[in-house]
Design a protein around this ligand. Structure first.
Ligand SMILES: CC(C)(COP(=O)(O)OP(=O)(O)OC[C@H]1O[C@@H](n2cnc3c(N)ncnc32)[C@H](O)[C@@H]1OP(=O)(O)O)[C@@H](O)C(=O)NCCC(=O)NCCS
Length: 169
């Protein structure tokens, strides 16, 4: 019998390639059929290992879910970027590789990110999701998020609605 260690930890520069691969796989899986193909390829190409290496070295807060030797998912988070919304923290991205979805890991990553934000004084938080990303919308609802704002974003020739979910302190 073997035991697999599952942990959530801060990303290190040596993780840049694994995070880039996780990002690539998770985004392709989540957004194919939602974000136009050429735009999706551009978004993914911009976030290669060098981008992640630089983000990690700059001190961006990136938490990894490590499953044995594998990076199964990541969350990055920090101060809320939208001044019009009165929430302190924001989870910018939370993504799991497809084979690790639906097993409770998303909830664990969310809780770890929320706790880390709260420990640095950012007690309320917001997360944006594309409205067409139904699994994500359902996930944030299941976690107790309240839809508090709507906006839209252009991806090439397509404008997509997005919704902000919030959690109070
Ligand atoms: C969205 C995502 C992070 C959720 O993580 P996950 O590990 O699959 O979700 P969990 O297993 O932790 O589920 C937590 C809760 O959400 C619910 N939930 C998750 N996905 C759901 C869905 N598609 N429909 C309904 N409920 C859902 C679960 O039932 C669970 O509820 P419970 O604890 O009350 O039983 C993950 O599936 C993912 O990475 N998806 C692709 C990327 C993405 O869309 N990221 C978000 C971008 S904004």
């Amino acid at each position: 019998m073997s035991t697999v260690l599952i942990e959530i930890r801060r990303a290190r520069p040596a993780d840049a390639l694994a995070v880039a691969e996780t990002h690539d796989e998770a985004w392709r899986n989540a957004y194919q059929g939602i974000i136009p193909g050429a735009e999706l390829e551009k978004l993914i190409a911009r976030r290669g290992p060098d981008w992640w290496d630089s983000a990690i070295r700059k001190g961006s807060r990136i938490a990894l879910l490590q499953f044995g030797d594998l990076v199964a998912g990541y969350a990055n988070y920090g101060r809320n970027r939208a001044r019009s919304l009165f929430y302190e923290g924001e989870i910018y991205e939370l993504y799991l590789k497809p084979e690790f979805q639906g097993l409770g890991f998303g909830r664990r990553l969310f809780s770890a990110a929320r706790k880390d934000l709260a420990q640095s004084g950012l007690k309320s938080l917001v997360i944006w999701a594309l409205s067409d990303n139904e699994p994500a919308v359902e996930f944030y609802r299941a976690l107790g998020g309240r839809a508090v704002a709507r906006s839209s974003e252009r991806f090439g020739g397509k404008v997509l609605d997005k919704v902000a979910f919030a959690w109070q302190a």
